[in-house]
Write a protein that binds this ligand. Structure first.
Ligand code: PGH
Length: 250
């Protein structure tokens, strides 16, 4: 299992923040009382990673929100895994639905990104999740398992991987999955890991939920057997609320 905690909570800041707002957010995070058995990660925009690294408590590790598919070089606009390691990133989010459905990254491209990131000693938050129309068509498991296969085809070291189930229809919408909806998919993904990778990987890999998590709904979600934490978007931009979410999982 990556890290030491039984639980994992990430804050995905997405394309948000300024130097001043991030200074305030970091100060709030440094002041927060954070439970011990939770691995905590925040993912600033690339250009603020160094500022956050220089000022944030060591209690919280830093993630990138994406990384290039291979070694750096003539790839205008890209950031390589080795560059992220060089500036102190420990994690990278890959396969986020905004990269899949806005930018157009496909399963195989994302799987190769995961393999390269892990080869450079970055740990990976591997995102999966279905669109509303896929859920309504009864294809939730098909979609998630296809995305899992693309990761599994590229990952040999599951110790450094956290799976994030983020139903696209819950991201940024305020329409959080019910605890039962989330638990159903988390259990199915854990069973998939048991069948397709190993029982040990299935039991040790943390499967976290993302999609409109906030300080009010986190506790009910966290009670579910196979929800091992959260990947938080909007609510992670508010330090005190992010701390409530972190502390809800223990
Ligand atoms: O995309 C998300 C979730 O975003 P929200 O919490 O804003 O729904 N996490 O990576």
């Amino acid at each position: 299992m990556a890290g030491t905690g039984k639980f994992f909570v990430g804050g995905n800041w997405k394309c948000n923040g300024t130097r001043d707002s991030i200074t305030k957010l970091v100060a709030d995070l440094n002041d927060a009382k954070l439970e011990t058995d939770v691995d905590i990660v925040v993912a600033p925009p690339y250009i603020y990673i160094d500022q956050v690294k220089q000022s944030l408590t060591d209690r919280i590790e830093i993630s990138a929100q994406n990384s290039w598919i291979g070694k750096g070089g003539a790839f205008t606009g890209e950031i390589s895994a080795e560059q992220l390691v060089d500036i102190g990133c420990k994690w990278v989010i890959l396969g986020h639905s905004e990269r899949r459905h806005v930018i157009g990254e496909d399963d195989q491209f994302i799987g190769k990104k995961a393999a390269y990131a892990l080869s450079q000693n970055l740990k990976v938050i591997a995102c999966i999740g279905e669109k509303l129309e896929e859920r309504e068509a009864g294809k939730t498991f098909d979609v998630c398992f296809q995305q899992m296969k693309a990761f599994a085809d590229s990952i040999s070291n599951w110790m450094d991987v956290v799976i994030a189930y983020e139903p696209v229809w819950a991201i940024g919408t305020g329409k959080v999955a019910t605890p039962q909806q989330a638990q159903e998919v988390h259990l199915a993904v854990r069973d998939w890991l048991k069948k397709n990778v190993s029982a040990e990987v299935a039991s040790s890999t943390r499967i976290i939920y993302g999609g409109s998590v906030n300080g009010n709904n986190c506790s009910e979600l966290a009670k579910q057997e196979d929800i091992d934490g959260f990947l938080v978007g909007g609510a992670s931009l508010k330090g005190p609320e992010f701390a409530i979410i972190v502390n809800s999982v223990t």
